[in-house]
Design a binder for this molecule. Structure first.
Ligand SMILES: *Cc1c(COP(=O)(O)O)cnc(C)c1O
Length: 394
């Protein structure tokens, strides 16, 4: 065994320490084996790398700026940089992963993409990339979520995605996931596109690799702006954990504090929370062993957060590992704290952040900072989708 703990590369069975792996019905194993093998091939292939890089540049708009916020820097008496993932095409980091996986699907000869979505953000990114790449797109979504997220459903439809309304269980994300997996078992020729660093091996690794562009850019940009590649700390919000994985990726082996921010909703002990790593215990979710919010019988408990993107009862296995080994620190942020942080950034910098990203911003107030500290906050997305929530605030 390798004694150096590696947070971004799992072992052969897909484990990060005790988390990860591949807990799926026997019928799905060939699909995952195929993906694992093909990914190893494709990832090293120069033409894949070139196409992906070119798309990130010309279609997504990368590199995204690293912006020194004078207002936040003054407020917290240190240097605060914002990594502007909100400026990506479609308004968040999710497009990085989706484009990469669709290129992988193309290399594998697939012509149909399936995906599940809760808030609709991953569905929109997937429908966007499918339109670009001429792929058929089927999105599974809980019937309750379809009602709650009407504008994203309209965007997906206009992009020519087929929406499958899932009416089982609580009619939300986990039911949509079950349905997508069922479909995949019957139609193994389709490509199942997962939207975060979750799911069975090799998905967490693929998604983290594809999002690693975020910290790759931060290193170069920070070096130019401060003379050093490394900040004191990097802060990112965690739903499943893909924007955090991307922002932390090239810093795991460096002397840099990594702070993951979870949504504590109405408060950690209120019964309305999505602070998975604090409230959860080890269990199986979505095909991998990770930290899960569950009751004593192993039933997954319904999470709650004002932010749809953080409202997830699990956490990517690489984060479960890095949190339990103490490499990553968790800070819980309530709905109200996030709303206040969103308003502050909007009114002092003229940047309306996504509610998810506002959780990361709110963590700044919970950390002791001095004037020598250099902090990077990953601003994962823009807040247009959250305006109604912001305006209806009491
Ligand atoms: C989906 C989403 C998130 C949460 O997903 P991760 O996989 O944890 O990054 C965070 N921010 C924004 C803007 C999102 O759309």
């Amino acid at each position: 065994m390798n004694s150096i703990i590696n947070y971004t590369v799992p072992d052969d069975l897909g484990f990060y320490g005790e988390f990860g792996g591949l807990y799926v019905p026997e019928l799905l194993r060939p699909n995952l084996e195929e993906l694992k093998e093909k990914y190893q091939e494709i990832k090293g292939c120069q033409s894949f790398r070139n196409t992906f890089t070119q798309l990130l540049k010309d279609y997504v708009g990368r590199p995204t700026p690293l912006y020194l916020s004078e207002k936040l820097s003054k407020k917290y008496n240190s240097k605060i940089f914002l990594k502007r993932e909100d400026l990506n095409h479609t308004g968040a980091h999710k497009i990085n992963n989706v484009l990469g996986q669709i290129l992988i699907a193309k290399e594998m000869g697939k012509t149909t993409i399936i995906a599940e979505t809760g808030a609709g953000q991953h569905g929109v990114a997937t429908a966007t990339a499918c339109a670009l790449m001429d792929m058929k797109c089927i999105v599974f979504m809980g019937a309750t979520d379809i009602k709650r997220q009407a504008s994203n459903v309209e965007r997906m439809k206009y992009l020519d995605a087929e929406i499958v309304s899932v009416k089982s269980g609580s009619k939300t994300l986990k039911d949509a996931t079950n349905e997508a997996i069922r479909f995949w078992i019957n139609e193994p020729d389709t490509y199942y596109l997962i939207g975060s660093v979750v799911g069975p091996h090799p998905y967490p690794q693929i998604v983290a690799d594809l999002q690693s562009i975020i910290s790759e850019e931060i290193k170069i940009q920070l070096k130019k702006k401060t003379g050093k590649e490394n900040p004191t700390m990097v802060i990112a919000c965690v739903g499943g954990g893909s924007n955090a994985a991307g922002a932390f990726y090239h810093y795991y082996q460096e002397d840099v504090k990594l702070i993951a921010v979870e949504a504590s909703g109405k408060g950690l002990n209120s019964g309305f929370s999505a602070a998975t790593s604090i409230l959860g215990t080890p269990g199986i979710l979505h095909g991998s062993r990770t930290i899960v919010m569950q009751d004593e019988y192993g039933q997954v408990t319904e999470p709650y957060s004002i932010s749809a993107g953080l409202d997830y009862p699990g956490i990517g296995p690489l984060h479960a590992h890095s949190i339990t080994t103490g490499r990553t620190t968790i800070i819980p942020i309530t709905d109200q704290e996030a709303l206040n942080a969103a308003q502050n950034l909007s009114r002092t910098e003229g940047i309306i952040p996504a509610l998810e990203s506002a959780h990361a911003l709110a963590a700044l107030a919970k950390i002791e900072l001095t004037e020598n500290d250099v902090v990077v906050v990953n601003l994962s997305g823009r807040g247009d989708k959250d305006l109604t929530t912001y305006l209806n605030q009491p």
